[in-house]
Structure formats: structure tokens, C-alpha cells
Design a protein around this ligand. Structure first.
Ligand code: C2G
Length: 447
């Protein structure tokens, strides 16, 4: 008996998938179909899958073509499956030509013609209009947004503006999809949603202008400088039924998501202390240090507070901040936060370097994320028995930005299903700490 194996996501099963399954079956006598698990799709950067694994398996089962259905959970499983099931032929559509030649060592590899004019992506995007996303403020964040945005279906980048025409020219070079605009207003008028990537002191007015123009907003953190600003923006966004989304990329990394779930499940016991550090010494420190809103706590505060706010889910009772400053620019801030039965500390640097790690201390053990923890890829759960360290590693497609952008688009297109992993209350809690600093409630040490 000739055994054939093929793999796929089979989201919103369509005639292209069915044709492929039929051709695959015709290659032999027995067809095994591997359906990708949600986690594996996420890992290989396929984020827009709209049906659950159970629904997708059911799609394949109902075709009646598969003799056996298995789940594909990890990179490298194909070799194991071929050996385990005694497979003679591996096959997949021609969009993968060359990618699976390495399996030739284990069985015959056949690339079958792909059906033209149909794809899960086109079915998904036909259901919703494609969002036109504009950009205000260009720099390395906008570059990453641009690159990652191309991988997220349901949106396309268009209008872009920066107050510095030279930077804008440089950014637009070679990116033919972008339309250079002469003002913020022009970007807003030509967009359904906008990335606000300007200094934090400009956010408030730009968010309100975006809401007035009917644009959803994704804003680089910190979105707000004061609670009053936050409340006003949320009120206006609610009235206009628009999404206000803080672009906190770390939150959407699969590893960070898993870390939070592990902590909540009690693996390290009851959490009593969290110690977070983040820092950066930019190349152009002389330019950066001219704008106080690029300083330590403005720049890193929201990120550093993220694990604390997510894990404690409460208001802090006291928050003491001490900052090293020169000419009104903060190079380093240390904060101590006391909760009713726990503590936390943050150390954030801009133009001063600190080991960027995260340590979450509990009654049974601690969770350690090495630097740079905000690009969470790897972490360890450690307990008294050092032979029993549990290590967790995740790989990413791209630099992780696309997970955040996907959640933003999802929050707009499918609010019922969720997509907001950052609640309003959490944003407000971080804003409260920043507001203290912004209003000068901070001990200053002159550099
Ligand atoms: N397919 C096709 N014609 C289309 C669309 C898809 O022949 N118009 C084929 C693909 O080439 C693939 C199968 O249908 O062989 C499943 O497609 P997807 O669900 O898009 O899965 P894919 O991401 O291609 O996963 O480990 C997973 C596999 O590598 C393939």
C-alpha cells in the first residue's frame, strides 16, 4: 500500500484545498492529512487563521478524502511523521516548491499544482474591507511597522507624514505603496486607522484629531501623559466607536503571553516582588537628549510597568520615583511600587545602561527572563532545586511586531472576539505612574 502525506492549515476550506487533497490522494492508496495546530501556525507567522483547530479538522474530515487526520504541532515533525507512519510520498502545493526538498532523504517529494485565484486570505479579506493605515512620525519603529504590516492581511499602509521632510523622504524611498502627505490632517483624511509614532507630548492632540477624522488609533507607548488626557480620549473614542490601541509589542509575543499564564497558574506560588529593568543608549544621544519626552521614564515606563500591572492587577498604594537628570532630561529613573501585599521595582535608562532583565519572585520559586526581556523569546522557571530549572524557548517570524499589528486589526474588525489584551484599566494604571513623574513628583539627582 502506497502511503501519501500532506499538511496544511485548511482555514475556511475552499475548492483549492479540496483539489489538492484529491490530487494527493490520487498519488497513492492511503492519504494522511496533517492539520496545523494553532500554536504552530503562530510560530511560523501565520496569524490570520480564523477557524479553530477543531473546525479545521472537521473541514478536512467532511471532504471524505483523508484516510487519517493528524495534528502538526512543531517544526521538524514532518520527518518524525514520515518515519512513524511509513510514508512513501510527501506532497504539498506548488507554492512550497523547493522548501521541502530536504524530506527527499526519507521519502519521495511531490509538489502539486496549486489552484489559481483562491486562497484563505482572499476569503478572509473579502469579508471585511481592507483597512487603510496611515503613519504619523517616521523612525525605526515606523520601519518595523511597515515591514511587519505587509505580513498582516486586512490592512494596507498608505498615507504618511513627518514634520521633518528629510526623514520623510528617506522613509518613503523604495516604498512605492506609501503616499507622502503634507500634513497630519491629510494623513487622517486618507486613512481608516493611523499609527501615531510621534513624541509623547504630541499624542493627546493627535489622538483627538484622529478621532474627529474617524480614524482608529494605534499609538506608541506611552499613549497618554495624564489620566485626564486618557479619560477624555477614551470617552471621545467610545462616542465615535473607534479603537484606541496602545502599541505595546511585548504584550503580544507568544512567549510573554505564556509567561503570564504560567505565573497566574501558580508555578512560582504567590508573587511577592517583581523587578524590571530596561535601558537604551541611542547612537544619537546628543539629539535625543534635547527632547525631555524621550527621557528614561517617558520612553521605557510603560514597558517596565507592563509585567507589574499585568501580574498584580491592582492599584499600587505608593510609588516612589528617583531620577538622574541633566537639563530637564532624565537619563535614569528608579521606581519603587508598594502594593497591599507585594512590591515591585523598575529601573529604566536612556543614555544609561542597565541589565535589561525581568525577575518575578514568588513563594515557590521565581521566573527569570534575561535581557532584553521586552523581546521575550526565552525564560526560565527556577525553584530551590536547581537541577529542576524549566526552560521555555519561542521562535518568531519577523521581529514580533506583526503579532501586535494583527491584534490591532483584529480589535477593529472583530471586537466581539476580542484582541485587546491590554485593558483600559491597565493603561490607566501605567498612566498614573507616568503622570506622577510628568508632574514632578519625583526626587531628582542632578547628573
Ligand atoms: N493550496 C492549493 N491551492 C490554493 C490554496 C492552497 O493547492 N489555492 C494548497 C497548499 O499549497 C497546501 C494546502 O492547499 O498544500 C493547504 O494550504 P494552507 O491551508 O494554506 O496550508 P499551508 O500554509 O500551505 O501549510 O506545515 C504546513 C504545510 O507546510 C502547508
Amino acid at each position: 500500500m502506497k502511503k501519501v502525506i500532506t499538511y496544511g492549515t485548511y482555514d475556511l476550506l475552499h475548492h483549492g484545498h479540496v483539489a489538492l487533497l484529491k490530487r494527493a490522494k490520487a498519488l497513492g492508496d492511503y492519504l494522511i492529512v496533517g492539520v496545523t495546530a494553532d500554536g504552530f501556525d503562530k510560530e511560523r507567522g501565520k496569524l490570520n487563521v480564523s477557524q479553530s483547530l477543531a473546525e479545521r479538522i472537521e473541514n478536512v474530515r467532511q471532504t471524505g478524502i483523508a484516510d487519517q487526520i493528524i495534528v502538526e504541532e512543531y517544526e521538524g515533525q514532518k520527518i518524525a511523521d514520515i518515519q512513524k507512519y511509513g510514508v512513501d510520498i510527501f506532497t504539498v502545493g506548488s507554492d512550497w516548491v523547493g522548501k521541502f526538498d530536504y524530506l527527499g532523504e526519507y521519502c519521495q517529494v511531490v509538489y502539486l499544482p496549486r489552484t489559481r485565484g483562491i486562497s484563505s486570505t482572499s476569503l478572509r479579506t473579502n469579508a471585511k474591507p481592507v483597512l487603510k493605515v496611515g503613519i504619523l512620525g517616521v523612525d525605526s519603529v515606523a520601519e518595523r511597522f511597515f515591514t511587519a504590516g505587509k505580513a498582516v492581511s486586512g490592512m494596507e499602509l498608505g498615507a504618511v507624514y513627518d514634520a521633518d521632510p528629510q526623514k520623510l523622504n528617506k522613509f518613503c524611498r523604495g516604498k512605492s505603496v506609501l503616499e507622502r502627505k503634507e500634513s497630519i490632517q491629510e494623513v487622517l483624511e486618507n486613512s481608516d486607522a493611523v499609527l501615531i509614532n510621534t513624541p509623547p507630548n504630541e499624542h493627546y492632540e493627535q489622538i483627538l484629531a484622529a478621532i474627529d477624522a474617524g480614524c482608529h488609533v494605534i499609538c506608541t507607548p506611552p499613549m497618554f501623559l495624564t489620566l485626564e488626557q486618557a479619560q477624555e480620549c477614551y470617552r471621545r473614542a467610545d462616542e465615535a466607536e473607534l479603537v484606541l490601541f496602545e502599541g505595546m509589542k511585548t504584550l503580544y509575543f507568544p512567549a510573554f503571553e505564556h509567561l503570564l499564564l504560567l505565573v497566574k497558574s501558580g508555578v512560582i506560588g504567590s508573587v511577592k516582588d517583581i523587578d524590571v529593568s530596561c535601558s537604551q543608549v541611542p547612537e544619537a544621544m546628543d539629539v535625543v537628549s534635547k527632547n525631555k519626552y524621550f527621557g528614561s521614564l517617558y520612553d521605557w515606563g510603560s514597558a517596565a510597568l507592563l509585567p507589574i500591572i499585568k501580574i498584580y492587577e491592582a492599584e499600587c498604594e505608593t510609588c516612589d520615583l528617583t531620577s538622574f537628570c541633566k537639563d530637564d532630561f532624565s537619563y535614569f529613573t528608579r521606581g519603587f511600587l508598594r502594593y497591599s501585599n507585594a512590591t515591585a521595582s523598575i529601573r529604566v535608562g536612556k543614555g544609561m545602561k542597565v541589565e535589561g532583565e525581568l525577575v518575578i519572585t514568588g513563594t515557590k520559586g521565581y521566573l527569570y527572563v534575561p535581557a532584553p526581556w521586552w523581546r521575550t523569546e526565552y525564560f526560565e522557571v527556577r525553584t530551590e532545586d536547581l537541577r529542576n530549572v524549566k526552560k521555555y524557548y519561542y521562535s518568531y517570524e519577523g521581529d514580533g511586531f506583526r503579532y501586535m499589528i494583527y491584534n490591532f486589526v483584529h480589535a477593529i474588525n472583530d471586537p466581539e472576539r476580542g484582541g485587546f489584551q491590554h485593558t483600559r484599566q491597565e493603561v490607566l494604571r501605567a498612566t498614573a505612574v507616568l503622570e506622577k513623574f510628568h508632574k514632578g513628583e519625583c526626587t531628582v539627582i542632578e547628573m
